[in-house]
Design a protein around this ligand. Structure first.
Ligand SMILES: Nc1ncnc2c1ncn2[C@@H]1O[C@H](COP(=O)(O)OP(=O)(O)OP(=O)(O)O)[C@@H](O)[C@H]1O
Length: 334
C-alpha cells in the first residue's frame, strides 16, 4: 500500500511559484491499477512522480507500506526508487527490441543466460515474442510503447508508473498498450499507477482512480464504489449519459436513475422486479457500458405501478444504485 499524506508541491517560476499539488491525500492499494485522471495541468504527473519517489514533496509524506520515504537518502533512497519502474517512451533507436528490454538488466550485471530468459518472458507478456531482433523504427507507436513498458518491468519493480501511456498511440492500438499494463499487474504482481486525461482509459483498465483538478484530489476510490456515489463527477464521466427532456418524464408517476453492475444485475434485475411487483419500467435514457470486463448500465426509467417503491427497494437490496425520484411526477410536470 502506498499512501500520500498532505502532500504539497510548488515549482519556481519567473514571477509567482506554480503550485502543482495542494494538500493531496491518496491511497494506492497493492496490486491495483490506479488511474490519476484530470485535465492538463491538474498535477497528475507531479503526483505520479512523488509517488514514484522521483520528486520530493515540499510538504507531506509518501509512505510505502507505512514507511516514511521522506527520511530516505543515499543508497536507501536509491534502493526504494529501484522498486518503481517508470515507463520512458523513448527507446534506444540503435538497439533491437530485445536490446532495449535487456538494457536495465545489463546495468544490473545480470548474466547473459538469465538476461535472455527474463527478456523472453517480458516479450511474451507484451505480445512481441517474435520481434526481439527488430529495431524500434520497424514497430508501430503502440508496439514501441509496449516495449517501453517491458523495459520498465525488466528489473521486476513492485510498482510501475506509466505517465499518459496511450499518448501518441493510435486509438486502435491503445487497447493493446492498456492490456499490457493489466498483465503487468495480473501476471507480474506489480502495482500500476497511470496518469491520463481520458476518462475512457480509466473505464477500460483501472480499478482505483483519483480525479485531480488544479492540484487537488477532487475524489478518489475504487471505480465500482464511485459509480454508486450520488453526484460523483467521475461516475458522471464514466457512465452512459441519461440526459432527457422534461417532457419525456411527464407521462410517468415518477422517474429514477438506476446503476446496475455485473452480468446478473444488468441482464435480469429490471424484468424480475417488474414481474414480481407488477410495475412497468420504461427506459427513457441511458444505456450500457463496460468497466474493464464488467458490464455496467445506467438507465433513466419511467416507473408506473402501485408497488413502485417496493420494486425499487427490492432492486436496491440486490445491489442496484437507485437515485431518489426525479422531478418526473406526472402532476408536477403537468
Ligand atoms: N518541473 C516543473 N517546473 C515548473 N513547473 C512545473 C514543473 N512540473 C510541473 N509544473 C507545473 O505544475 C502544474 C502541474 O503540472 P503536471 O505536469 O503535474 O500536470 P498534469 O496534470 O500532469 O498535466 P498534463 O496532463 O498537461 O501533463 C502545471 O502548471 C505545470 O506547468
Amino acid at each position: 500500500m502506498i499512501t500520500v499524506e498532505n502532500v504539497s508541491k510548488s515549482f519556481p517560476s519567473s514571477d509567482t511559484p506554480v503550485t502543482a499539488l495542494r494538500d493531496v491525500n491518496l491511497s494506492v492499494s497493492a496490486g491495483s491499477l490506479h488511474g490519476l485522471i484530470g485535465p492538463g495541468g491538474a498535477g497528475k504527473s507531479t503526483l505520479a512522480r512523488c509517488v514514484a519517489l522521483r520528486e520530493r514533496p515540499d510538504r507531506g509524506v509518501v509512505r510505502y507500506d507505512g514507511m516514511d520515504t521522506s527520511r530516505l537518502a543515499g543508497r536507501r533512497l536509491w534502493g526504494a526508487q529501484r522498486q518503481v519502474g517508470v515507463v520512458d517512451p523513448d527507446l534506444l533507436p540503435e538497439r533491437t527490441v530485445a536490446g532495449n528490454v535487456a538494457a536495465p538488466l545489463e546495468r544490473m550485471g545480470l548474466d547473459p543466460a538469465q538476461r535472455r530468459q527474463r527478456v523472453g518472458t517480458l516479450l511474451d507478456v507484451i505480445g512481441l515474442g517474435r520481434s526481439g531482433s527488430r529495431l524500434p523504427a520497424e514497430l508501430s507507436a503502440g508496439q514501441q510503447r509496449r516495449v517501453a513498458v517491458a523495459r520498465a518491468l525488466a528489473t521486476a519493480p513492485s510498482v510501475l508508473l506509466a505517465d499518459e501511456p496511450t499518448e501518441g498511440v493510435a486509438s486502435e492500438e491503445s487497447a493493446a498498450v492498456l492490456s499490457v499494463l493489466d498483465r503487468a499487474r495480473a501476471e507480474l504482481g506489480a502495482t500500476v499507477v497511470l496518469t491520463t486525461r481520458d476518462a475512457d482509459v480509466a473505464r477500460r483498465v483501472c480499478d482505483e482512480v483519483a480525479l485531480l483538478d488544479r492540484g487537488r484530489v477532487v475524489e478518489s476510490g475504487t471505480l465500482l464504489t464511485l459509480l454508486g456515489k450520488p453526484g460523483s463527477p467521475l461516475a458522471e464521466a464514466l457512465l452512459p449519459r441519461v440526459a432527457t427532456a422534461r417532457a419525456q418524464l411527464s407521462g410517468y408517476d415518477r422517474a429514477v436513475d438506476v446503476v446496475l453492475v455485473g452480468f446478473a444485475a444488468v441482464g435480469a434485475l429490471l424484468p424480475e422486479a417488474s414481474a414480481r411487483f407488477d410495475v412497468d419500467f420504461d427506459t427513457i435514457g441511458g444505456g450500457l457500458t463496460r468497466l474493464g470486463d464488467t458490464p455496467v448500465a445506467r438507465f433513466r426509467l419511467g416507473v408506473e405501478g402501485q408497488r413502485a417503491d417496493a420494486a425499487l427497494a427490492w432492486m436496491a437490496e440486490r445491489g442496484a444504485h437507485v437515485s431518489t425520484p426525479l422531478f418526473g411526477l406526472r402532476d408536477a410536470a403537468a
